[in-house]
Design a binder for this molecule. Structure first.
Ligand code: AHM
Ligand code: MG
Length: 338
């Protein structure tokens, strides 16, 4: 239930009873992400001042080392979640291995693990283009009070209990789901609070935007090449508009609001595409499905893929349901893959 002027903090508390394992733990976890995102937002907004306050690797006036923003964001999210002692494990796109947090302590009743891409699209920072944070939350599968294991992180996307992103754009927004639809909150920087600005977000069933890095066209599967040609054809509501920011969170966010499809398919150069299944594809797929959209690797539902390693990649096609289904039809009907 949404109310005018409702803050994210209020919304989390009010809606925690809708969550079947309610204990307040998930609410505390979402609150920590909200807090860390504010700190990261502040730093991301200063990025343009780099010539004035120093480059990554330099020492600033206070004598502190400047960090690259993706490293900074990674540290902030990990610190916040560790210090508040509300998860038993974290895996990050920036870390080689998962991090266990007091999980061997039998008094530690924490049951959630978080997987995070702390700053996605970070190559866009230097040119003042939006970046984002993506997070995904699961219940551990090993017993509470024992050390977390790799299997706690290698779960299918369909087991997610919550997922979301923060987009550091013209305004900063936090968008998340706990499996009861998708809600978006906009940060009021003057007050430092997020307000419910986009209740119950839904992908239009059809759209007219396609987002793909067409520079890779010659390496794409035949099905994708044919689908791109279909998008460009003059017929009915086509040609569609091409929009590609190169920042997954922003491309997804726009497509969810306006209707569209995002594709990072496999290619003859990268047989599994580029995006990470656990940190990028699964959380976006959960959000997409909760918003009436769809996410696929071209043949299979993203959230049905059984992960085998932390940093594995997957082809990713996501967006308005009818558009994703059309792209899948082209993949299915192609005579050969490449
Ligand atoms: P990153 O995790 O290294 O930032 O890469 C992920 C990003 C996505 O945000 C974006 O959609 C994609 O990479 C763009 O890749 P490309 O430049 O190959 O089109
Ligand atoms: Mg990333």
């Amino acid at each position: 239930m949404s109310k005018p002027n409702q803050t994210l903090g209020e919304f989390i508390i009010e809606n925690q009873t809708a969550f079947k394992y309610t204990s307040g733990e998930l609410s505390r976890l979402l609150n920590s992400i909200r807090l860390a995102a504010k700190v990261v937002n502040h730093e991301v907004n200063k990025a343009g001042l780099v010539d004035i306050i120093g480059n990554a690797g330099e020492t600033n006036i206070q004598g502190e080392d400047q960090q690259k923003l993706d490293v900074y964001a990674n540290d902030k999210f990990i610190q916040t979640l560790t210090k508040r002692n509300i998860v038993c494990g974290i895996a990050s796109e920036e870390e080689d291995d998962f991090i266990a947090i007091n999980s061997q302590d039998e008094n530690n009743q924490n049951k959630y693990v978080v997987l995070i891409d702390p700053l996605d699209g970070s190559s866009n920072i230097d040119v003042n283009v939006s970046v984002g944070t993506i997070f995904s939350i699961y219940r551990r599968v090993t017993p509470i009070g024992t050390p977390v294991k790799i299997e706690d992180f290698l779960q299918k996307g369909s087991a997610q209990v919550a997922a979301g992103y923060v987009v550091y754009g013209t305004s900063t927004m936090l968008v998340y789901t706990t499996g009861h639809g998708v809600n978006g909150f906009t940060l009021n920087p003057a007050i430092g609070s997020y307000y419910l600005s986009h209740p119950d977000m839904k992908f239009p069933e059809d759209g007219n935007i396609y987002s793909v890095n067409e520079g890779n066209y010659s390496h794409f599967p035949i099905g994708i090449k044919k689908y791109i040609k279909y998008c460009q054809e003059e017929e009915g509501d086509r040609p569609y508009t091409s929009r590609y920011i190169g920042s997954l969170v922003s491309d997804f966010h726009r497509n969810m609001i306006k209707g569209g499809i995002y594709m990072y398919p496999k290619s003859s150069k990268n047989p599994n595409g580029k995006l990470r299944l656990l940190y990028e594809c699964n959380p976006m797929a959960f959000l997409a499905e909760q918003a009436n959209g769809k996410a696929s690797d071209g043949y299979t539902r993203i959230m049905d893929i059984e992960p085998s390693e932390l940093h594995e990649r997957a082809p990713f096609i996501c967006g308005s349901k009818n558009m994703v289904e059309k792209a899948e039809e082209f993949m299915r009907n192609a005579d050969s893959e490449f």
